[in-house]
Design a protein around this ligand. Structure first.
Ligand code: AHR
Length: 501
């Protein structure tokens, strides 16, 4: 199949916020314990309990932020249980995730240490569902207040003299569901109240994020936006919150009977790709609602949970959401990242769910072993898009459609950006069997040497395992030719390719 695309290299669009490459670590299964934190293990190398191999892997991605402690866990987490001497921290039951005992050994100080090691910004979600306004307000004070106060004295007693910098603050999570089963209107009123008492101390200005909708619940978005921007006495529209979240997971099959992570199944492949494209519709339609209340686009869309959700791997705890990760997940991710890039005017942050050992993880661990998944490689190949200026891609999509569930969708996706005179173009061929020839016209600037890389799978379910950790990894790509300003590219089936020049 032949396709054409045009990029005007000298006509940049809005900046792609680096926070689109954010991550998420919940107290769920083996994400925190085993994944990031191994306590005083004498077999796994660590610093203050934080796993060095995992930290190195994420540092290599330059991750911009890490969301914690949940997820559903956030709205039953009481932060004071996770500070002070470990042996004195109370235990609790993690009711959402497997009913296991949480010993609270990983708490506020450990999370902030992790962020320091990762050189990333913390994004903390407060407990609105089952916590109090006072409790949330004190957590912000404990973390960020520089003066003398009961909370700063407590922080100092626990070994941290100076306040930390915490910008991103979630005012609850999924409060339409696990976070309290609220209506949009009720939540919006509560969020205004909680957010009022989460203070910005000194030069620590909070970027507060309201709980937004589940997938296509446009009424929830309407209720939250309407309430957040209503400010008496002409106060600024972003007084309460500066971001509203959106959660969307891609599944094959139904929620009750999800597909498996390593299925070698053409129909399920197409279903995953079609449902990944649904992110485009969600962002467009939620943006339209947001535009009504915030035409200047001051309020960011925060897609703080996204990714594929499959059946758990056989023999693992169903409450731990541990799944393998194949080239299919990687291409679902590269497509959705294109969608975020192409909506850089509204999407300010996105957090792949979740970082280690849970759902669509870039990193999996087993004892002292660690592997990088195909999804990890997409993030690494794309990292120069962070904080670059987006470049609109004019793509002829007439001839590369496929079909699933009675709907057609494009099997070619692209996005591009530039930083100064450096360019990155990302291209995904979602077709399960056919290659594509793309003629790409690069206009407006002189093109230097092109470095190209490819990630592809020999099968629909190609993946890395602990026995074969490098079965899917980026390789140099040479199947293209540059003639003047035009590139002729042969994209193999099931592939993700990046061009840097
Ligand atoms: O990421 C797993 C769970 O999915 C999160 O805890 C919750 O917010 C969502 O439903």
């Amino acid at each position: 199949m032949k396709h054409t695309a045009i990029i005007n290299l000298d006509a940049p669009g809005p900046k792609i916020s680096k926070h689109i490459y954010g991550h998420f670590a919940e107290h769920l299964g083996r994400c925190i314990y085993d994944g990031f934190y191994v306590g005083d293990s004498d077999t796994i190398p660590h610093k203050k309990g934080l796993r060095l191999d995992v930290i190195e892997a994420f540092k290599n991605l330059n991750i911009p932020n890490l969301r914690w402690p949940g997820g559903c866990f956030a709205d039953e987490y009481h932060w004071k249980d996770g500070i002070g001497p470990k042996e004195q921290r109370p235990e609790m039951i993690n009711t959402h995730w497997g009913g296991v005992v949480e010993n609270n050994h990983f708490g506020t100080h450990e999370f902030m240490d992790l962020c320091e090691e990762l050189e990333t910004e913390p994004y903390i979600t407060g407990n609105l569902g089952s916590g109090s306004v006072h409790e949330m307000s004190q957590w912000v004070e404990y973390l960020t207040f520089d003066g003398k106060s009961p909370m700063t004295e407590l922080r100092q007693k626990n070994g941290r003299d100076k306040p930390w910098k915490v910008k991103y603050w979630g005012v609850g999570n999924e409060n339409w569901g696990c976070g309290g089963g609220m209506t949009g209107e009720f939540y919006a009123d509560q969020a205004r109240r909680y957010a009022t008492y989460c203070r910005s101390y000194g030069d620590n200005t909070l970027y507060k994020i309201a709980c937004g909708p589940n997938s296509d619940d446009y009424n929830w978005m309407e209720a939250v936006m309407k309430s957040m921007v209503y400010c008496p006495a002409g106060l600024p529209a972003d007084r309460f919150v500066r971001g509203v979240s959106l959660h969307y997971y891609t599944i094959a099959g139904t929620w009750e009977e999800k597909g498996k992570a390593l299925e070698d199944d053409r129909n399920k492949w197409l279903q995953i790709m079609k449902r990944s494209w649904f992110m485009e519709e969600l962002i467009t339609r939620h943006s339209a609602v947001m535009d009504r209340y915030d035409p200047e686009k001051k309020i960011g869309m925060i897609v703080d949970e996204w990714g594929t959700w499959h059946q758990v791997e056989e023999g693992t705890n169903p409450g731990f959401l541990y799944q393998q990760n194949s080239i299919r997940d990687a291409l679902s991710a590269s497509l959705q990242l294109d969608i975020f890039h192409n909506h850089a005017d509204r999407v300010y942050m996105a957090n792949l769910a979740q970082a280690v050992n849970v759902l669509q993880s870039p990193v999996l661990t087993e004892g002292d072993k660690m592997i990088l998944t195909p999804t990890y490689h997409v993030l690494e190949m794309n990292k120069e898009h962070m904080d670059a200026d987006s470049l609109p891609v004019f793509l002829d999509t007439a001839d590369h459609k496929s079909e699933s569930e009675g709907k057609e969708f494009s099997t070619l996706s692209m996005s591009a950006s530039r930083k100064g005179k450096s360019y990155l173009v990302s291209m995904t061929n979602l077709d399960p069997e056919k290659g594509k020839t793309v003629t790409l016209d690069l206009r407006g600037e002189k093109i230097g040497e092109i470095k190209a890389r490819i990630l592809s799978g020999q099968r629909l379910n190609s993946h890395n395992s602990f026995e074969s950790p490098e079965a899917v990894k980026p390789e140099d790509f040479r199947d293209f030719e540059l003639k003047g300003t035009t590139m002729e590219i042969n994209l193999p089936a099931r592939s993700f390719v990046t061009f840097s020049f």
